[in-house]
Design a binder for this molecule. Structure first.
Ligand SMILES: Cc1ncc(COP(=O)(O)O)c(C=O)c1O
Length: 343
């Protein structure tokens, strides 16, 4: 691999300098651990300012942990969670949500990574039947795993449907900032105003060093979370370092600046890729991911220069992600290499 910078994942990017600064600013003296510190209180206030007074904020280490804690807090082992068949909770968490919550995940095939009421309906049966896991939650991913974005109306329609069945709506918001920028709305409008009950709020892919948060719509929903967070090993002792990063991310619109940049870079990458006839973009580019079917002979040599992951090997579909630190030069070099390898 000759190039270190590439398009493999927004997780592969470094840490934004404003986050590093925030980390070093809180790195003085001693403070109470486990979230009873003043920096976590500041972050909690920030979340309330951004998402609404009623929300409850629980920092965790990583995205899988945020999903596990979100699900386990609201779900019992005889319940089921409806999600897409490409969702991170279903495919990429080594079964952690099932292991921790005991619930069954019910996957749904989609064209674009997004659930709809009609798609959810296929699993909405067996209520009250003791032989079936009882559907109790729908989990949507915003931005979806295929780089597409739910509109606010789409989220509201799912939330209304889910609530009419006495169920919860979970949002895996690993890339929530990219989605809000894509829709041109606030983080609150796209989540709790639209009916989300519990949110896995993503920071790492948008410039943080580590840390995600579980955010509940209200205190009632969060009743048992502190025990579950500890039991699932997601309670950080030196929490000031996670909290300070959240405060920095949600201040001076850093979350928005970072997401705007990475979305813009994905649009630019897609524009240049669209000029290459042998490469076919397979999904709408609405945030920071570009999905393409490429000639099979391109894959290995390109991966040697710029590592990236296959999305669907059966049809030579690849996933290219941009991040807050992607440059136009990165894109030019990547596209130039693709053109060179194809000729
Ligand atoms: C949609 C989605 N959810 C959650 C995560 C978080 O996973 P991790 O446990 O690696 O932080 C990711 C990371 O790739 C993701 O893409």
């Amino acid at each position: 691999m000759s190039n270190i910078r590439g398009f493999a994942s927004d997780n592969n990017a470094g840490v934004h300098p404003e986050i590093l600064k925030a980390l070093s600013e809180v790195n003085t003296g001693h403070t109470v651990g486990y979230g009873d510190d003043k920096y976590t209180a500041i972050a909690r206030d920030k979340f309330k300012e951004v998402f609404g007074e009623d929300v409850e904020f629980y920092p965790v280490y990583n995205g899988t942990g945020a999903n596990v804690v979100s699900i386990q807090t609201l779900i019992r082992p005889f319940n089921a969670v409806i999600c897409t068949d490409v969702s991170h909770i279903y495919v990429d968490e080594c079964g952690a949500p099932e292991k921790h919550s005991g619930a069954k995940l019910l996957p749904v095939k989609t064209k674009d990574g997004k659930l709809t009421m009609d798609l959810i309906k296929q699993h909405m049966h067996g209520f009250g039947f003791e032989h079936h896991s009882q559907p109790k939650m729908v989990s949507i991913t915003q931005v979806s795993e295929l780089g597409t974005v739910y509109t606010i109306d789409e989220i509201k329609a799912i939330a209304d449907y889910v609530h009419s069945h006495d169920m919860y709506l979970h949002m895996d918001g690993a890339r929530i900032s990219n989605a809000a920028v894509s829709l041109g709305c606030t983080l609150k409008e796209m989540t709790f105003d639209a009916g989300v009950d519990v949110l896995s709020y993503g920071g790492t892919k948008n410039g943080m060093m580590f840390g995600e948060a579980v955010v509940f719509a209200n205190a009632k929903l969060a009743e048992n979370v502190k025990y579950i967070r500890k039991q699932s090993t997601q309670l950080h002792s030196k929490m000031r370092y996670t909290s300070a990063q959240f405060t920095a991310l949600l201040s001076n619109e850093l979350w928005k600046r970072n997401a705007e940049h990475s979305n813009k870079m994905a649009a630019k990458l897609a524009e240049k890729i669209a000029e290459i006839p042998q490469v076919k973009i397979t999904q709408k580019v609405q945030a920071n991911g570009v999905f393409c079917i490429v000639p099979p002979e391109l894959i290995e040599p390109l991966q040697k220069e710029f590592f990236f992951y296959m999305w669907d090997e059966s049809r030579n579909e690849v996933r290219w992600m941009t991040s807050f630190d992607t440059t136009e030069e990165d894109i030019d070099n990547f596209v130039k290499t693709i053109k060179k390898l194809l000729n």
